[in-house]
Ligand binder design. Structure first.
Ligand SMILES: Cc1cc2nc3c(=O)[nH]c(=O)nc-3n(C[C@H](O)[C@H](O)[C@H](O)COP(=O)(O)OP(=O)(O)OC[C@H]3O[C@@H](n4cnc5c(N)ncnc54)[C@H](O)[C@@H]3O)c2cc1C
Length: 543
């Protein structure tokens, strides 16, 4: 029988901490639940912050989901804002806290403690980094400062082209700023494979946003008109305002000082119930690392969904003990909107699988977001990665103007369910012309993956990897409009009658617009004895 804690102390009162507190109250009406929050707000919508800066969320109050008073009224929580935990005494089971209003200190005893302090934005020790014009974005106060500073600036430099950096680029462009984005990697959204991020780069450039890729920041200098960012390449960029979005660091200092086990990058190590190396202390959210369920590796994934669900998991274990369901691990499902485009990932990218030395196979397919004959259909590009040993899905990335979120969610579900490429081929997804396709792009990815496994499709990743005998099977007009260099155009409908024009003794590489017709052509050729290979994903994004 589990003993109910008298006092549950939580520090960090936003995503993970507030979720844990709410769930805890649903288990017990009698437990004393104290939530300490360093900032002035609890349970606010950090994911919405960029959208108030850009005016899309017009009312600031919409981001403040709860207040200490509403949490007391609804959940009988003792919420203390502007109160910071400053030390954990594990032997005494007590936390020393400091009031940020008057500096006074006191000690609060706990039966169970949940650490939910999150992660803070990185601010590397560069010259000039402490300038008031260099901002990071984590909470409502940061948002207010950026919004006020942006009102006085014509231009903004965003350092880091990850999810938050791109959201900020979009939103600051909305309010008329000249935006430059600087990214150390040679691509935006380095969480994605380069070719899947490229369409976003085109969208950003088309909007007049300057992309400085493959270059880092060396320091900042204040100028009479604003600030100048010095880049590693030697270039200087004069701007009115800088936003740093180069990643986060777990706020695990108190846990480290208390002797809790930390992982290699400073995250608190927890088990499946979010329990740390101390049997009375849990950790949830951005501060901790858990096991991911795809390859079973340790992973720290700083996202809102995992933080909320981990908070719930910790509370369940405190009140239900062994009857509580474990946290099944985070797979890393993330998406960003950049103007009328969206792109995202679930699970592993090809780059990360290579880094991990994990064998994989991949295919990229294109499909329509809904029936192509129904108005408004848009192309979705889906890159799928799976294990050649058993066909299990390892990850996917998707991009396009419509329906990207739905496909990523299907893949996330497939990853959670440990589904295979054959399962994807036969997923029965919602279909009527305004919504989907009789063969959804998810099914098509499953078909193509199965074809590769069964030898029906010999894939070539891109035009660069093709040999000299490329046959462009698009209609003549399309091939003439955007020709593939060095390719011979034989439209699919003419192929059977023109086989004599091709050399059977050499590999033939077929290409089309979106990757499907070239597969059909390669099958015709293979069935006539050719060594035919199909260029994946089509020429549309490669020309
Ligand atoms: C601008 C922005 C946009 C984002 N967009 C998305 C998105 O679209 N999708 C997504 O999945 N994720 C997004 N995230 C990430 C998501 O918000 C985080 O993963 C999530 O909030 C982490 O929850 P957490 O509880 O671990 O930490 P937080 O929500 O950061 O909460 C931790 C709190 O603990 C407090 N604290 C720290 N130390 C102490 C202490 N010693 N004593 C008292 N209090 C303390 C901090 O002040 C902080 O308020 C975004 C984050 C930001 C900043």
């Amino acid at each position: 029988m589990k003993t109910m804690p008298d006092t549950l102390l939580i520090f960090g009162g936003v995503a993970g901490g507030a979720s844990a507190a709410a769930r805890a109250r649903r288990h017990s009406e009698t437990a004393r639940i104290i939530v300490l929050e360093r900032g002035p707000d609890v349970s606010f919508a950090n994911c919405g912050l960029p959208y108030h800066i850009g005016g899309e969320i017009a009312d600031r109050a919409d981001l403040a989901l709860q207040t200490p008073d509403s949490l007391r009224a609804l959940l009988n929580l003792d919420v203390r804002t502007l109160t910071e935990a400053v030390a954990i005494d594990r032997a005494e089971k007590a936390v020393r806290v400091r009031s940020l209003t008057d500096g006074s200190e006191s000690v609060i005893s706990y039966d169970k403690l949940i650490l939910a302090p999150g992660a803070s934005p990185l601010r590397p020790p560069l010259p000039g980094i402490d300038s008031p014009l260099v901002h990071t974005l984590r909470n409502l106060q940061d948002m207010d400062r950026i919004k006020a500073a942006a009102a006085d600036a014509d231009s903004v430099a965003i350092i880091g082209a990850g999810f938050i950096g791109l959201e900020m680029a979009e939103q600051l462009h909305h309010i008329g700023k000249q935006v430059s984005v600087i990214e150390l990697q040679p691509q935006v959204l380095p969480q994605l494979d380069a070719e899947m991020a490229r369409p976003l780069e085109n969208v950003l450039r088309d909007k007049g946003i300057e992309l400085i890729l493959g270059d880092g920041i060396d320091g900042f200098e204040t100028t009479p008109d604003g600030i100048s960012a010095r880049l590693k390449s030697g270039r200087s960029l004069a701007t009115g305002l800088v936003i740093l979005s180069i990643g986060v660091r777990p706020e695990s200092g108190l846990a480290r000082d208390a002797g809790l086990e930390l992982g290699p990058r400073g995250h608190i190590v927890v088990n499946q119930h979010q329990l740390t190396s101390d049997p009375d202390i849990y950790a949830v959210g951005d501060v901790c690392e858990t096991e991911e369920p795809i390859l079973g590796k340790r992973a720290a994934i700083p996202l809102g969904g995992p933080a909320n669900r981990q908070g719930r998991t910790a509370a369940d274990h405190i009140f239900l003990g062994d009857k509580a369901l474990p946290y099944p691990g985070s797979i890393g499902t993330a998406i960003v909107r950049v103007f009328d485009h969206a792109a995202g990932i679930a699970g592993y990218s090809e780059t990360r699988l290579k880094m991990e030395g994990v064998p994989y196979q991949t295919v990229t397919v294109n499909g329509a977001s809904h029936a192509s004959y129904f108005p408004g259909a848009e192309t979705i590009t889906l890159k799928l990665l799976w294990s050649p040993a058993d066909g299990r899905v390892l990850g996917a990335q998707a991009g396009g103007k419509d329906g990207v979120d739905k496909r990523l969610d299907v893949i996330a579900t497939a990853l959670r369910g440990r589904l295979t490429i054959d399962d994807l081929a036969h997923l029965e997804l919602a279909y009527a012309p305004p919504f989907g396709n009789a063969k959804d792009v998810i099914n098509i990815a499953g078909f193509a993956a199965g074809n590769i496994r069964d030898g029906l499709l010999v894939p070539v990743p891109d035009l660069k990897s093709a040999g000299p005998r490329i046959v462009d099977v698009r209609p003549a007009a399309a091939a003439a409009k955007r020709p593939v260099p060095g390719a011979k155009n034989i439209p699919l409908a003419e192929l059977r009658g023109r086989l004599g024009e091709l050399d059977r003794s050499q590999p033939v590489f077929t290409v089309c617009q979106m990757g499907k017709t070239s597969y059909f052509a390669a099958r015709i050729l293979a069935n006539h004895g050719f060594d035919a290979r199909s260029i994946l994903g089509g020429a549309h994004h490669q020309l």
